[in-house]
Write a protein that binds this ligand. Structure first.
Ligand code: GLA
Length: 378
């Protein structure tokens, strides 16, 4: 929705134009999957699909929030958030986390909309959390430290919404940079901006499937990764190497061993991928992305039939350097690195072949790396 239409939607609901507009992006992870929860390395980029909020601060602590896309609304006292189901758990959780951090909250009236597909592996939840945190910051004149806000939104997700996720989604949503991906060290939260290889585009391949409740599978993987670290005698798998895995891996349960092998090899692939991007080496980056998919499919077992079919078709299509599932997995989106001059042919061919192979309606679109949460201009 354009800023103009968002302003108009606010005015038609609240009778006056909004005071200001804010935004927060979704993300696609290029490589480094299921590594953030063990202090590892990830390489996502914020994308040009985002949550947009039009708001006006209020004198009291009341938050009136209209979800335009869902035709739903919620009103609550920011100083007394309560547990809710569905989308409303996010504003309440963010208010709770901000107050926990000692911020004095002021209420606001707002409408919001977004074009990050939900449940597709592109972090629509983190985008919503950060857009709301930004709205609270604007309304209450709170300092905006992107990393601190990412940590706070993650706390809302973990402790309020109840998903034991890592820091990747919120960190890239807060700190993303235009035109670049970020290699993030999930232990000290340091970031390094790395360019997308010259002459290539990052293409999202939405399989048209959506995950159901994956919270339990996600938390089960986390428990296995923790068990692997204990078995290997390290604090977290970030501290394990392939050599250590070879030396002590026999003591691990075979499933736990494969989970560990994914995480340890994936961390190594992130370093290689960042190196490749620094020298604009699309072929190497693509090869690493494809290797990541195999590891997620066979060792971590978080892929699914639609994701596997999409990756297989994409890899054989014109101009494709590499492809993999992205995000938590099981369903949703894949990501491919494609030669810029072949993008149109790639999209047409993959779309047709995927639809006839699976009967699912896919959506394929190139994305650009965009900036983290902030004011929306225009
Ligand atoms: C979800 C979580 C992230 C990360 C990915 C898998 O997106 O929110 O923290 O663990 O899955 O890489």
């Amino acid at each position: 929705m354009t800023p103009e239409r968002l302003r108009a939607a606010f005015e038609s609901r609240f009778g006056v134009p909004p005071d200001r507009l804010v935004r927060a992006p979704g993300r696609v992870n290029l490589i480094g999957e299921h590594t953030d929860t063990s202090d590892g390395f990830v390489l996502p980029m914020a994308i040009d699909r985002e949550v947009r909020v039009a708001l006006s601060p209020r004198e009291d602590a009341t938050v009136r929030l209209v979800a335009l896309d869902l035709d739903d609304e919620d009103t609550f006292d920011a100083t007394a958030p309560h547990r809710k189901n569905g989308w409303a758990s996010y504003p309440h959780g963010v208010a709770w986390a901000l107050a926990e951090e000692g911020h004095a909250l002021r209420g606001f009236d707002a409408v919001f909309t977004g074009d990050v597909p939900r449940g597709a592996g592109l972090s629509s939840s983190a985008a919503l959390e950060l857009a709301l945190a930004r709205a609270f910051a604007e309304a209450g004149d709170l300092p905006w430290d992107p990393k601190a806000m990412a940590v706070l939104c993650r706390r809302a997700e973990n402790a309020w919404v109840g998903v034991a996720s890592g820091i990747m989604d919120q960190l890239i949503g807060a700190c993303g940079e235009e035109g670049r991906a970020l290699r993030i060290d999930c232990r000290d939260l340091s970031t390094e901006a790395v360019p997308i290889p010259d002459g290539t585009r990052v293409v999202i391949l939405d399989t048209g499937t959506r995950r159901g409740l994956v919270g339990s599978a996600y938390n089960e993987r986390r428990a296995q990764v923790d068990a692997a670290a204990r078995g290997l005698g390290v604090a977290v798998l970030r501290d394990a190497t392939m050599d250590l895995l070879r030396d002590r891996g026999e003591a691990l349960d075979p499933t736990v061993y494969r989970r560990a092998r994914h995480v340890v090899s994936e961390n190594a692939r992130v370093h290689e991928a960042a190196d490749a991007m620094r020298r604009s080496d699309a072929a190497t980056l693509g090869r690493l992305m494809s290797a990541s998919h195999v590891s997620l499919r066979d060792d971590f077992e978080v892929s699914g039939p639609a994701l596997d079919t999409m990756v297989q078709i994409a890899r054989a299509a014109p101009g494709c350097h590499g492809a993999r599932m992205t995000g938590a997995g099981f369903a949703g989106c894949c990501v491919a690195l494609v030669a810029e001059d072949a993008v149109d042919a790639f999209v047409t061919e993959v779309d047709a072949r995927y639809c006839s192979a699976t009967g699912h309606e896919s959506a394929l679109y190139p994305v650009r790396a965009s900036a983290g949460a902030g004011p929306l201009t225009g």
